[in-house]
Design a protein around this ligand. Structure first.
Ligand SMILES: NC(=O)c1ccc[n+]([C@@H]2O[C@H](COP(=O)([O-])OP(=O)(O)OC[C@H]3O[C@@H](n4cnc5c(N)ncnc54)[C@H](OP(=O)(O)O)[C@@H]3O)[C@@H](O)[C@H]2O)c1
Length: 331
């Protein structure tokens, strides 16, 4: 098969022939029709991720058709259109993942290839209201947003929700899910156009995280927030504490802006805030997420779709932070 292979740090992906190993019992082979990028893929390309190994086929998100089955796999999967849960070996607890947890696309070969092989337990039928390409955008980012908002922060209808860096893949799902859940959603972004685009998707409004003291300006505009979803971290994190309502929950899933260097404990304890961490999600989170997507007929925000041969352009777009929603490749 053809696969895009990363051979080392800071290199372009090379599209080459790759021989798939024999299917093991319980495994399936899925013909990938579309695959989506996540910032994780760019971190790995840049050598900024734990457990790097080369060569590797990246890609945590894919959708396609089941073409072959290993022994002990239910034959009804054959020919089905599926999406893939990239959250592997979660473990038994709901509170956090176990020691053997891993994400599809490193250490195991992922979806930026004609085929992916994986355990049948990670297959889910494609949501009927979405195309395969739209479905490929759903898994990693949407699961992360769903668990962070509902399983961790316990977002309720009518609460005020702030999404930071709303142009990002996870953040866009935070917006869509928050609006569908009946929250009043506001955003921050580095781009005025992206804030306008978020308003068209149901956000009340937003502000640039680049302006100094943005939290004060936003409070004047919107008041405080019960839940804040953040994937940036970094030296602006203290602004989120200021923007939170007393009793608020701030849930962080990423460190795009690096280490949190500055936290004012007086704001944290006086407002009785909770700072929560969240990563991906359990099989139960994934199932609940897909049910939510179907019942609210959610369509993911797609940024650009590249032909597979142009996958390196897709990586460059994500590295430059130009996207609004998910960047995909079609095979
Ligand atoms: N823990 C997990 O399970 C998990 C899962 C997925 C992702 N992540 C991590 O979460 C982060 C985002 O992932 P992604 O795939 O959504 O990435 P992405 O699509 O590349 O989005 C990154 C976004 O960060 C925003 N940003 C940049 N500077 C910011 C700042 N100073 N304040 C607030 N936002 C800022 C930008 O928003 P604008 O475009 O609006 O300016 C940008 O679109 C990455 O670090 C990723 O590794 C973790």
């Amino acid at each position: 098969m053809k696969a895009s292979i990363l051979h080392g740090k800071n290199q372009d992906l090379q599209i080459e022939s790759f021989t798939l190993p024999d299917l093991q019992p319980g495994e399936v082979r899925v013909r990938i029709k579309a695959a989506a990028l996540n910032h994780r893929d760019v971190w790995i390309q840049q050598g900024q991720y734990a457990g790097l190994k080369y060569p590797i086929i990246l890609g945590s998100d894919g959708a396609g058709v089941v073409e072959s089955l290993g022994e002990k796999v239910d034959s009804s999967w054959l020919g089905k259109e599926v999406i893939i849960n990239p959250s592997h070996n979660w473990g038994k607890g709901e509170a956090c993942q176990g020691r053997d947890f891993k994400i599809l696309g490193l250490p195991d070969n992922g979806c930026f290839a004609e085929y992916v092989q994986l355990g049948a337990e990670y297959l889910y039928p494609k949501p009927p209201h979405l195309t395969l390409t739209e479905s490929a955008a759903l898994p990693l980012a949407g699961l992360t947003a769903f668990r962070a908002l509902f399983s961790r922060a316990g977002l309720q209808k009518g609460e005020k929700l702030l999404i930071s860096g709303a142009g990002g893949g996870v953040a866009q799902f935070g917006l869509l899910l928050g609006v569908a859940a009946g929250a009043e959603v506001w955003v921050t972004s580095g781009s005025a156009e992206k804030i306008e685009a978020c308003k068209a998707l149901g956000a009340m409004g937003g502000i640039s995280y680049k302006s100094e003291n943005w939290s004060r300006e936003l409070s004047q505009l919107a008041g405080g927030f019960d839940v804040i979803l953040d994937g940036a971290g970094g030296d602006g994190f203290n602004e989120l504490l200021k923007a939170a309502n007393p009793g608020g929950r701030i849930v962080n899933f990423g460190g795009t802006r690096g280490k949190i260097t500055d936290l004012t404990p007086q704001i944290l304890f006086w407002k009785q805030l909770s700072i929560l961490g969240s990563t991906m999600g359990s099989p139960g989170d994934f199932q609940a997420y897909l049910k939510f997507v179907e019942s609210h007929q959610i369509r993911p925000t797609l940024d650009r779709i590249y032909p597979f041969a142009e996958i390196n352009l897709a990586f460059r777009r994500m590295a430059a932070g130009e996207q609004m929603g998910k960047i995909l490749v079609e095979l």
